[in-house]
Design a protein around this ligand. Structure first.
Ligand code: NAD
Length: 428
């Protein structure tokens, strides 16, 4: 009798995926790294990858197993840092790429971290709250051997939030016998979370969006904005653009697309999503069934804030925006990047555009260590300053070297990481 086995997803089942996009980005930057290029292979090899089995007892008494990952791509400049994603399409390739983009991002905005990322291949919407908690706790226990406030600090990402971070912090603390607030960021305020963290990524997208608009001579007031993904990042970015007088003309999520050329009521849309879980069925706009229409919408600023590999050679030629702000990680394929560049679209890359989240995560971690908490105004001021400085430095380098903002950001980041690598030297 032949027994059929499911092929584990970390084998060849999913191909090279987003990790391939990342490798191509590294190849593009290598000619600009001078003597440091001899270390570039470091960027192409994650330092440490852990694949864990996450078994839970379901509410009906059956046992379910999920595949979990934690990848520490690089720790040359400090502990690993990066979110945890719960999604049915999570693969090792995806977590590898996301961890590597964290290395680049943390170095690009100069926070003292390496890069890491984690995830579980699960659709969390199919779990009860109890099941979700048991899965989160078991996963945390399994990766507990490599995370820690000085080793690797997880944070929220797609489908994870403050509650998940609270369970992770508690599980890690229970295992070690004392409360370790600094083991995760994005925690509830009552557990050592930071004011402004929940909004930080979307706020950072908005701040660099304003900088990019100045460079393009675009007035935010009255500008047309389209947002893909209406979760933590997309929802907040849309709100801030609307508050600044922009018109949010299209929003797409995992289920539907809504459009309104005179501008959607973002607060009403958020209330609808909070209640129903999706933009689908929102009455304040026209629901469009052809998802491809989202990319071709008449807009000035496009904010992909959902998942990676969304802007491709198929839809890039249809894009009408002047500016793309990458709220998501890795939303644009390298081939699509080339098309956008030729069309004169200004792409503010993920490693700058969405770095607001990790920046305020850094503030949270610092506050936890010092047990001294800052005001929201202080946090937003420091966040704005760091985002502007990072944008300006990358802009100037891009002009000087005549390269895209992405390549410039990668030059800044890879130089910092590989300099640290070189100065530390190889052990033993
Ligand atoms: P989230 O879970 O809060 O929201 C995700 C949103 O994307 C939801 O609105 C969902 O409906 C939508 N979505 C999912 N699949 C989609 C699809 N196929 N097409 C269109 N929409 C889809 O997640 P988030 O925290 O907002 O993260 C979004 C992106 O931003 C991810 O790429 C994440 O890595 C990146 N990011 C998040 C943070 C953070 O602080 N949360 C920081 C930096 C980068």
């Amino acid at each position: 009798m032949t027994i059929k086995h499911e092929v584990p997803s970390y084998l060849t089942q999913h191909g090279i995926g987003p990790w391939g996009d990342y490798l191509e980005q590294i190849d593009r930057v290598t000619p600009y790294l001078g003597n440091l290029a001899r270390w570039v292979e470091t960027m192409k090899r994650p330092k440490r990858m852990l694949i864990v089995d996450v078994p839970i007892e379901r509410d009906d008494g059956t046992i379910a197993h999920f595949e979990g990952y934690r990848v520490q791509h690089n720790t040359s400049r400090g502990p690993g840092k990066g979110g945890v994603r719960f999604h049915q399409d999570v693969t090792l390739s995806e977590v590898m790429a996301l961890s590597a983009w964290m290395t680049v991002k943390n170095a690009a905005v100069n926070v003292p971290y390496g890069g890491a990322k984690g995830g579980i291949r699960v659709d969390p919407k199919t779990l009860s709250q109890g099941e979700l908690q048991r899965m989160t706790r078991r996963y945390t226990s399994e990766i507990g051997i490599i995370i820690g406030p000085n080793k690797d600090i997880p944070a929220p990402d797609v489908n994870t939030n403050e509650q998940i971070m609270a369970w992770m912090m508690d599980t890690y603390s229970m295992n070690q016998g004392s409360t370790a607030s600094g083991v995760v960021t994005g925690k509830p305020i009552s557990l050592g979370g930071s004011l402004g963290r929940r909004e930080a990524t979307g706020r950072g997208v908005f701040v660099v969006g304003c900088e990019a608009a100045v460079k393009r001579g675009l007035n935010i007031h009255g500008a047309k904005v389209a947002v893909q993904g209406f979760g933590n990042v997309g929802g907040i970015a849309a709100r801030l653009f609307a508050e600044a007088g922009a018109k949010v003309v299209a929003v797409q999520d995992h289920i539907s697309t809504v459009m309104r050329s005179s501008g959607l009521d973002v607060a009403a849309l958020q209330a609808h999503v909070n209640e129903t879980g999706s933009v689908a069925g929102f009455r304040g706009g026209e629901e469009v069934s052809d998802r491809a229409q989202f990319w071709a919408v008449d807009c000035d600023i496009l904010v992909p804030a959902a998942l990676e590999q969304q802007i491709t050679v198929e839809n890039a030629p249809t894009i009408r925006a002047k500016i793309i702000l990458e709220g998501a990680n890795g939303p644009t394929s390298p081939a699509a990047d080339d098309i956008l560049h030729e069309k004169g679209v200004l792409v503010v890359p993920d490693v700058i555009a969405n770095a607001g989240g990790v920046t305020v995560s850094y503030f949270e971690w610092v506050q936890d260590f010092s047990s001294f908490f800052w005001t929201e105004d202080e946090i937003n001021l420091r966040l704005t300053r760091i985002m502007r400085e990072a944008f300006t430095a990358v802009w100037q380098l891009a002009e000087e070297k005549k390269v895209s903002l992405r390549t410039a950001a990668f030059i800044v980041a890879c130089t910092r990481v590989l300099q640290a690598r070189e100065m530390r030297g190889l052990y033993p």
